[in-house]
Design a protein around this ligand. Sequence first.
Ligand SMILES: [Zn+2]
Ligand SMILES: [Zn+2]
Ligand SMILES: [Zn+2]
Length: 145
Amino acid sequence: MSDHCCASEGAIAGALEKIRANGGRVTEPRRAMLAILGKEHGPFSAEELHKKIGGAGCDVVTVYRSLQAMEEIGVVRRCDFGDGTYRYEFNDGEHHHHHIICRVCRSVETLDVCVADGLERMARQKGYQKVTHTLEIFGVCPKCA
Ligand SMILES: [Zn+2]
Ligand SMILES: [Zn+2]
Ligand SMILES: [Zn+2]
């Protein structure tokens, strides 16, 4: 699915630490979710992630809420592929990237180039803080063309 790989053990430990520092609980499902997200690029919907962790003794609503909570503190990143389903991936700050999504088979590739630095700078110059951006590219992949 993707050529992008793998958050380090340290990055995962850092994410768990961040959850604690923000007053969150490091539950077994959260651990399991982060282990998957660190290993596989995704991005995954709550349903997909719930399947991948084999339930881990929690329902899909719990997975969904955990993802939301982890997104708020920047542990995971939410991707919107415009189909009404939010998908999440590990937010390894050092590996900022974008996606190209096939409109037909929904496969995801990563694009390790960012052209938005200038835009973020302009936003900061306008006095905005905590500036971030999301940008997803859509197309029809060579297999589906
Ligand atoms: Zn395709
Ligand atoms: Zn990604
Ligand atoms: Zn970017």
